[in-house]
Every structure is written in C-alpha cells, then in structure tokens.
Ligand binder design. Structure first.
Ligand SMILES: Cc1ncc(COP(=O)(O)O)c(C=O)c1O
Ligand SMILES: [Zn+2]
Length: 394
C-alpha cells in the first residue's frame, strides 16, 4: 500500500483550501492552523485496516509508518518512532498507559518532528527554526541531524538539562531565552525572514499535527480497533489532542472504527492552566497565563496557539480540562514508579494524577476504559525529580 498524495491543506478555522506543492505555514486568510487532507473519495482505492496489520517491511512500514497509507507521500526520515507500548495498569482496572517514553529522544515529540522534518527534506528546506519548552527541541535537533538540515532552537533557560544537552549533542544551534516558550516564539517570528528559517513551530505548519495523529490510530488499533471511553492527555500546545481527534475522524471515514468517540481530557498543571480556566469559564479561547510555574516543563505554555481547537474538541467529546498541582503530579509520578514500574515524565504524571482526581470526585467511573498518555520518559527530568525529592525531605 502506497502513501497517498495530499489533495489539499484545509484551514481549521475558515475552511480555505491551499495546495501543498510548496511549503505552507498557516492559513493565508485568517492565520488558522492547516490540516492535511487526502483524496479518499474513491472507495475502491481506500486503505483498509488489514493493510496496516500486514508485516512491517523496512522503515516505510515500521513504527508510526505502519500508517503510511494515511500519511503524506515522502521517504521517511525515521529514527524508529511510534508503535509504543500500551501498558495495562496493575492497580487500576480499565486503565492503559500509552507509554511514549521509549520514542527516539524519549518523548512523543518524535512523531510530529519525524514527519515535519521528512516533509522539510522533501521540500528542500535547509534551515528550520522552532521555539520549544524542551522536548520538541531535542526531537527537532535529532531529526534535523538525520536529515542533514540546520536546526535553530529557542528554549527557556530553565528547560530541563537533558533538553539543553541533547540539542548541543545533535549539533543544533541552541539559544537559551530568559522567558517562556511564547517569548521564544516571538524571537523566531522576528528573525525568520532575515535568517531564511522555516518556522516549524507547533501548529504553524501542518505536519507536526499529522505525525502526532498516529497516536490516535495506534491507541485504537492496540485496543482491538475500538475506542476507549476516555483519553487523558497532558496539554501544553495541545498538538497531540488535536492530532488524535483528526485521526478519529479519518478512521471513521475509512470505516476502521465505529462507536462513540472517547471523552478527551486535556490535563494541565495548576501553575499554568489557561485551557482549564477557559474551559471552566465557558470561553472559546484562552487568556495568557501570567507567571507560569510548574516542574512539568512541557506544560508551561501560557497561551496555546491552538486553544480554540483544543477547547472545541474537549467540549464536543464531553470531556473536561482538569488542573493538577505539582505536589499532586509528583505523588502520582512516585506512585506509578513504585507500583507500576514506570518512571514517567512530570507531564505524563499530571495525566495519571488527573485520572485519580476524576475518579475521587466521581466525574469518571472506574468501569470506564481509559487510555492515559505518558508523553515522555522520566529519565529526561532527573534534575527536576531530584529537586522534588529534596523538597519532600526538607
Ligand atoms: C513530555 C511532554 N508532554 C506534553 C507536552 C505538551 O504537548 P502538546 O504541545 O502536544 O500539548 C510536552 C511539550 O513540550 C512535553 O514535552
Ligand atoms: Zn483560514
């Protein structure tokens, strides 16, 4: 089964169609994020679920590329991303942990950047730039190195040490910024024209979402082509949540899955919870969060670019947007390490903490089948985790 040609790119806000012949960024009319659309109108040519299950054969079919029939036609820049374990919880019946910590560079960011860098190489782009909370920078640096492309990365200076080191090791040009990811984004926007950089920021080009949508395909396939009742997702920029929702719509159109879509639970840290607050207040977009503070570095996103999309998906799915304190996140991180054998990233632990919170409050029933995303490996956060241990022994 071949990879499909892109039919067009579609604005998620105003529906405008753009072509994908040259690299696109956001909608030319309204600056909305763009979705990749394929031509699957011809039912006889539609990819089938059985094609996915055929033996992977080479890079084009292994890992997340097993879904190559719903990904753009291009030779993958791959480091072995995707097809991560779906671990059944030992203590909580009906809970599965989708463990993204084993991806290249130790986080789910590998999926989006594998595809975005694949397409950048196909378009012949030579210089990529991105603001990042940390893990996306590490992933971009690795895939850019694999593709022979320059990476210019802007990261808050208090990002985890592992993220700073990996960027340097992969040979990226790293700038540490005294501020948040939003300040990093401003610098990229100001300098990109003069420097000749292509801006590969979250939702400012269409392919990171497209790569992350494979998490939606995978979780459904790993549950026997069935939806769970709820998906818990640690939400910073929200790209994974947006990508999974897109995957669900595509799978329904292809006839790969039926039934009620899961409630999407966008989990945030109490110290930076713009989506949780907007959800609570019934607002369509978020307000920038002041003085963001949490040891879950990936959740320090004061104003996500895709906030309207995230809130819309959470509401349409019948989900919610809880916030968890750092103490609650750390307690859950220790709980899952000690009792389940998984050292999660703090972002992942925010999602497991939120699960316990919703069970305790009665908002969710223990019979409901739930997939929780651990978006990264805890071993990338040894300094942050050490600091939390030190606080507890004071
Ligand atoms: C480990 C981890 N989890 C979650 C997130 C948030 O991801 P998203 O931007 O898709 O909401 C990040 C972002 O940096 C991250 O590094
Ligand atoms: Zn538009």
């Amino acid at each position: 089964m071949a990879m499909p040609k892109i039919a067009f790119l579609e604005c998620s806000r105003c529906g405008l169609h753009l072509d994908a012949v040259t690299p696109q960024t956001v909608c030319t009319a309204c600056s909305g994020p763009l979705y990749v659309r394929y031509d699957i109108a011809d039912a006889s040519a539609r990819p089938k679920r059985e094609d996915v299950e055929k033996n992977p054969n080479g890079a084009r079919r292994s890992g997340m590329w097993r879904y190559c029939m719903v990904l753009p036609e291009a030779e993958p820049v791959t480091l072995g991303e995707g097809w991560t374990p779906m671990l059944r919880s030992r203590l909580r019946p009906n809970v599965w942990l989708k463990d993204e910590g084993g991806n290249p560079t130790g986080s789910f960011k590998a999926r989006g950047l594998a595809l975005a860098v694949t397409m950048a190489r196909r378009y012949g782009l030579k210089k990529l730039a991105a603001p990042t909370a940390g893990n996306a920078g590490g992933a971009l640096a690795a895939y850019a190195a694999a593709a022979g492309i320059e990476a210019h990365i802007f990261m808050p200076k208090d990002a985890p040490l592992a993220n700073r080191i990996e960027c340097r090791a992969y040979g990226a040009k790293l700038t540490l910024v005294d501020g948040f990811i939003s300040d990093c984004a401003r610098i990229v926007a100001e300098r990109k024209a003069a420097e000749g950089w292509f801006d590969i920021s979250t939702l400012k080009e269409p392919f990171r979402v497209e790569g992350k949508k494979t998490m939606g395909y995978e979780l459904v396939e790993q549950l026997g082509w069935e939806y769970p009742d709820a998906v818990f997702y640690p939400t910073g920029g929200g790209v994974g949540l947006i990508g999974m929702w897109k995957a669900f719509a595509e799978m329904e159109e292809l006839g790969w899955v039926h039934g009620k879509r899961p409630k999407m639970i966008a989990v945030q840290a109490a110290g930076c919870a713009p989506i949780a607050r907007a959800f609570e207040n019934g607002e369509q977009v978020s307000q920038a969060w002041q003085n963001a503070h949490t040891f879950a570095a990936g959740l320090r996103v004061p104003k996500p670019y895709g906030d309207a999309l995230i809130l819309d998906i959470v509401r349409k799915s019948g989900g919610c947007a809880p916030a968890v304190t750092d103490a609650g996140i750390f307690a859950s991180l220790r709980d899952w390490a000690e009792h389940e054998g998984v050292l999660m990233s703090p972002e992942g632990a925010s999602a497991t903490a939120a699960y316990d919170q919703l069970i305790d409050s009665g908002a969710l029933r223990p019979e409901e089948r739930v997939v929780i995303f651990n978006t990264g490996s805890g071993s990338k956060y040894s300094e942050e985790i050490a600091a939390m241990f030190a606080q507890q022994t004071k």
